[in-house]
Design a protein. Sequence first.
Length: 192
Amino acid sequence: MDNISEQRVCNKFCFKIGKNATETFEFIKLAFGDDALSRCVTFNWFKRFKEGRISIEDDRRPGRPSTSKTIDTITLVRDKIIYDRKLTVRELANEVGISIGTCHSILSDELGMKRVSAKLVPKLLTEEQMEHRVEVCLDLINRVSNDLSFIKSIITGDETWVYGYDLETKFQSSQWKTANSPRPKKCRQVRQ
């Protein structure tokens, strides 16, 4: 039972034991603190119980229930976005046959995904190059810990300007990711 339903039950209980709406509101405010329903809502529900209402559930609203945000649609959107994470919301909505708003709601609310741009790196390293970088760093740490004056003997080079160009725009390289998945990387293209 959620917080709002609990407060409605308390409201109904206070009505049945003969409390008035003001006392009921004070009790609910005391019990639920900052999460308490507003005075207007509490008085409205108290009035409904006074008029003979039994249920604490919301009234049915007119209108057609949503048919596009079903388990099957959510699964279909998930499968398509896993297959191609670069799809835009418009393309995905057209493929699945739902509105853009519903598609965006499924991606962000139901699947917990957001669209991020790829992080530009100078170049993507191979496994061997990454292992070599770790070894060099560990070696430098060992040397510094053994000889504190070692850091003064390091000579740095001058800056080198490398011009890059992208074959695709930042938006074109963006893709959908979940909170747990790593940010995509893209290698910067260099002019020869």
